[in-house]
Design a binder for this molecule. Structure first.
Ligand code: ITT
Length: 189
């Protein structure tokens, strides 16, 4: 069985493929020949996930799903949130991560959460699935696995960051994995 995942983010594709191995073959935008930059102009994760899945459904006449994710930091009024990909103005992960560390410098409240919203377009209908994981923001980067803000996010109950976990371990607990499990339950019901 095949599923189209509307993303240009290779790290997301790898995580989703690893999580669905043996169940679904996952095609990304490149695989279906979509090289358009899909506009992400909404100001919510739900809105942007829907824009991405809708674009593929309309232009390629395919059922598909998309993931919009963000890091919400309590002391920063839930920033960067929906603006996570370009928080510093650039898509460079290190610049974005360093900006977060700078803004949290001297702040004791390190509480944060990662959130994923998946939009699944199936037969012209939009189905939304959410995954959240709570954690804290480290004072410094740690680990070189994963992507994005993984080196500064330590999930609750762990002494290591997402970037210090292998993909299998991250996929057991992550925001993305939680949202994906909900979508799978829906698809197999
Ligand atoms: P697509 O829209 O093409 O899927 P994107 O990278 O633009 O890819 P988002 O719009 O969802 O994805 O942006 C979310 C940003 O948040 C992403 O670029 C990362 O920097 C960060 N992010 C998302 N999920 C993450 C994760 O599991 N670990 C660390 N950072 C993550």
């Amino acid at each position: 069985k095949k599923l189209v995942f509307a993303t240009n983010n290779q790290h997301k594709t790898e995580e989703i493929r690893a999580a669905l191995i043996g169940q679904y073959e996952v095609l990304n935008l490149e695989d279906i020949g979509c090289f358009t930059d899909i506009p992400e102009t909404a100001n919510t994760l739900e809105g942007n996930a829907t824009l991405k899945s809708n674009f593929v459904a309309e232009h390629f006449n395919l059922d598909c799903f998309a993931d919009d994710s963000g890091l919400e930091i309590e002391a920063l009024h839930n920033e960067p949130g929906v603006y996570s990909a370009r928080y510093s103005g650039s898509r460079d992960s290190l610049e974005n991560t360093n900006l977060v560390l700078k803004k949290l410098n001297g702040i004791n409240n390190r509480n944060a959460r990662f959130k994923t919203v998946i939009s699944l377009m199936q037969n012209g209908e939009n189905h939304l699935f959410e995954g959240v994981i709570n954690g804290t923001i480290r004072a410094e980067l740690a680990g070189d696995k994963g992507f994005g803000y993984d080196p500064i996010f330590q999930p609750d109950g762990y002494e290591i960051t997402f970037a210090e976990m292998d993909m299998k371990e991250k996929n057991r607990i992550s925001h993305r994995a939680i949202a994906l499990k909900k979508m799978l339950a829906f698809l197999t019901k």
